[in-house]
Design a protein around this ligand. Structure first.
Ligand SMILES: [Ca+2]
Ligand SMILES: [Ca+2]
Length: 89
């Protein structure tokens, strides 16, 4: 037998996992919430030329409750959004 099938059980892609971990690292005060400023730094690290604009777009997309921050629940949408826009770690 070969190793076929092992990777199949992972629903989440490696790219998603890495981005997720990366965003978490930018939660500098470790409160589980990404503020606009923390997001800004993350996107700038990811190579965005206009991190402030990208942050605004990301918040419009992923900030479900509209408080201007990304909570633990909202971070998955943020990851999906960033991946769709071509951001990778
Ligand atoms: Ca934070
Ligand atoms: Ca929110």
């Amino acid at each position: 037998m070969n190793t076929k099938g092992i990777a199949k059980s992972c629903r989440r892609s490696l790219d998603e996992d890495q981005l997720h971990g990366m965003f978490k690292r930018f939660d500098k005060d470790n409160n589980g919430i990404l503020t606009r400023q923390e997001l800004n730094e993350a996107f700038s690290k990811l190579g965005s030329k206009f991190p402030a604009w990208r942050t605004w777009r990301a918040l419009r997309h992923a900030d479900a409750n509209g408080d201007g921050c990304i909570s633990e629940k909202e971070i998955n949408e943020l990851v999906k959004y960033a991946l769709k826009r071509g951001y990778k770690v």
